[in-house]
Design a protein around this ligand. Structure first.
Ligand code: ATP
Ligand code: MG
Length: 669
């Protein structure tokens, strides 16, 4: 707004730009059979702590039952179910066997080359027990840390559960990360053992993993000697592998030598379960610490209600890698604690063809499917004739996580993948929150494309202004979590000050998530992007998400990233990086063509949102910098837009992308 119209707030909230009014109510049929019924919201509101205690009692088995629910006296470090004792692996595996479900399939594994493996709960119990004994034999005991650096194979889940079984915390590091990223995470956790593989299959070939471990453990000038005593190596590809005698041990040898019986180590509810680093979209990754009882409770509760899981009949598939928090809560812990049958797929969605995922859905009759917006946009780019070739009629709930899903991508997901009837659950949460926080319930909520909508029953979230006052419906500001929740982080590993500073210093006593958000007229929450990414153009605070969604709604565009670059006139100017849809990419190769595209898209944004949001510059690029979990790293693009040296890019999925972008931009305009 012009100077003379400014409001009294020093920093006005995000402006409400995009208007989306489509809604999709659940079918009567779905609603009637759903796990979560409308009354669940009132039940949780009536007595929040009693509600969580009930979830913890019903969904989790306790060796020693808890009597206390929440102790917040040491805030911001919470204690949930603090006097209870349990074991995460027992909950994920043994109790299902004891309940007579040993023959139920826990994992349908599909390797990228097409090899398959079926693992029942009884199989899983034997393998996890052997692995737990093997870790004990290597000297790992309760309280130690183990780093896991594996491809998406069954052993990754077994390794996590084996750690949990003996009370050691795991720290999973993405298989795609470099030796340096691995070294710093090993050092930070002071790990005793690293579990890796010779290699894994990606994009049609065997890619080595173990050399990165060897490099990460090699002595380095100026660095402390490594704390790692042993490396356990899974044989996946059979490729040649360098070997360090006395340190390296083959996984299959260690398991073969180990007893098939193992008694789980009972731990306190607050015993550390894992450390996991955030994906690093806004800065240096943080080692997030999660503990056992509250984490398992919320992982199981959300998985059951948000996916409407029926463990006897559903086949669930989450495409996330275990290196990401989604792989922790919605591959390993949530589904297994709930006794679900799930699919694990090792490779990329386009190997050996762009229909691989849908082929897998058809093959295993997947009914609940969870993926990220970046994957949906990639499938849109490839064209709907590909999924149309497969029978996707088994799908009954579709989930999204990781970023805001642009309304256009949401509609495509619903129509092409969900046959216009499977409810979409857009789930907002973070590594720090441990489990889903804001999401529709599929049998209750009338869904809106692009909005995560409402806090789950038991969760208290809001959008506030600079003074921490909740904004009215229609207003924008900062997303906060006003009450502690069971799966909340218990700190940043070894850095209590950074924990307090990052999340608890902006607003007194409430958790600051770092995301901008708005509330629509019905009170639904819309995520607008990171507060660090919010742009300020002539006093207007604009959301990256909204401008990106406007760009993606144009048929020319497959994917867009928007940043604010310093501008003398306006404070910041909107700069957009776009990937064009297949058939239009050619056009951008000529100066004339790219000028025309730029004009079309600038006008399109002006029409969809308003002239203020019109990008100053639109750059056509072949790729966008993304983390391994598929999130766009806007801070790197801001560096490019402002002609700075590109910052920390260690968690990029593909480090050559930035060179590609810079090279493209160096071309004379
Ligand atoms: P870092 O904190 O190091 O920058 P990161 O925040 O990308 O990394 P994650 O914990 O994996 O690491 O991501 C959480 C963030 O992802 C949220 O804060 C939010 O910005 C975004 N996000 C996740 N799910 C959604 C969703 N459904 N809608 C909108 N944004 C989402
Ligand atoms: Mg974050």
């Amino acid at each position: 707004m012009p100077e003379n119209e400014t409001t009294t707030t020093a920093e006005p909230g995000l402006e409400n730009l995009l208007h989306e009014s489509r809604t999709f109510a659940p079918s009567a049929e779905f609603a009637a059979q759903a796990n979560a019924q409308p009354g669940i919201y009132d039940e949780a509101k009536a007595d929040r702590l009693a509600f969580w205690a009930k979830q913890a009692t019903e969904l989790v088995s306790w060796h020693k039952p808890f009597t206390e629910v929440l102790d917040w006296s040491n805030a911001p470090v919470a204690r949930w179910f603090g006097d209870g004792q349990l074991n995460a692996a027992y909950n994920a595996v043994d109790r299902h066997v004891e309940a007579g479900h040993g023959d139920r399939v826990a994992i349908h594994f599909e390797g990228e080359p097409g090899d398959t493996r079926t693992v029942t709960y009884a199989d899983l119990q034997r393998e996890v027990s052997r692995a737990a004994n093997a870790l004990n034999a290597l000297g790992v005991v309760k309280g130690d840390r183990v780093v896991i650096y594996l491809p998406m194979i069954v052993e990754a889940v077994v390794a996590m559960l084996a750690c949990a079984r003996i009370g050691a915390a795991h720290s999973v590091v993405f298989g795609g990360f470099s030796a340096d990223a691995l070294r710093s995470r090993i050092a930070d956790a002071e790990a005793k053992v690293v579990i890796t593989a010779d290699g894994g299959y990606r994009r049609g070939s065997a890619s080595a993993l173990k050399p990165a471990v060897d490099e990460a453990l090699a002595p380095k000038d100026g660095a402390e000697p490594t704390t790692v005593e042993h490396v356990l190596v899974v044989k996946r590809t059979g490729q040649d592998t360098a070997w360090t005698e006395h340190r390296d041990v083959w996984w299959h040898d260690a398991l073969e030598a180990a007893d098939v019986q193992h008694t789980p180590v009972w731990v306190d509810a607050e015993h550390p379960l894992f450390i996991l680093y955030t994906s690093g979209t806004t800065g240096k990754p943080k080692g997030i610490l999660h503990t056992t009882g509250g984490y398992l409770t919320q992982a199981a509760y959300t998985h059951k209600n948000v996916f409407d899981l029926k463990p006897e009949s559903d086949v669930y598939w989450c495409t996330a890698d275990i290196g990401w928090v989604t792989g922790h809560s919605y591959v390993t812990y949530g589904p297994l604690v709930n006794g679900a049958t799930q699919v694990i797929y090792e490779g990329t969605p386009d190997s050996p063809h762009q229909g691989r995922w849908w082929e897998i859905v058809e093959k295993y009759k997947v009914s609940l499917f969870y993926t990220a917006p970046t994957a949906i946009r990639a499938c849109m780019k490839w064209g709907e004739e590909i999924p149309n070739k497969f029978d996707l009629s088994s799908l009954r709930v579709l989930g999204s996580v990781g970023e805001s899903i642009n309304p256009e991508a949401w509609m495509w997901y619903r129509r092409v993948i969900g046959a216009d009837k499977a409810p979409i659950v857009d789930t907002w949460w973070q590594t720090e929150t441990g489990a889903m926080m804001i999401s529709p319930l599929p049998g209750v909520t009338a869904t809106k494309p692009g909005s995560a909508q409402v806090p789950l029953p038991g969760i208290v979230a809001d959008v506030v202004d600079d003074e921490a006052k909740p904004v009215p419906n229609g207003g924008g500001g900062y997303l906060v979590l006003s009450e502690p929740w069971p799966s909340m982080l218990r700190g940043i590993w070894g850095d209590l000050e950074r924990f307090k500073d990052t999340y608890w210093s902006r607003f007194q006593g409430i958790y600051f998530a770092g995301d901008g958000a708005k509330k629509d007229e019905d009170g639904n929450i819309w995520l607008l992007g990171r507060v660090d990414d919010v742009m300020n153009v002539s006093g207007h605070r604009l959301s990256t998400t909204e401008i990106e969604s406007a760009l993606v709604s144009n048929p020319l565009v497959a994917e867009a990233a928007v940043v604010g670059a310093a501008d003398e006139m306006t404070g910041q100017a909107v700069v957009a990086f776009v990937i064009l849809r297949g058939e239009h990419a050619e056009k951008a190769s000529t100066d004339e063509g790219s000028k025309e595209i730029e004009t079309t898209l600038r006008n399109h944004v002006a029409k969809e949102i308003g002239p203020i949001a019109k990008p100053r510059k639109i750059l056509v690029v072949p790729e966008l910098p993304k983390t391994r979990s598929g999130k766009i790293m806007r801070r790197l693009l801001r560096d490019v837009a402002e002609n700075r040296t590109v910052g920390d890019a260690t968690t990029l999925a593909d480090s050559s992308v930035m060179n590609l972008i810079s090279a493209g931009l160096a071309k004379p305009a």
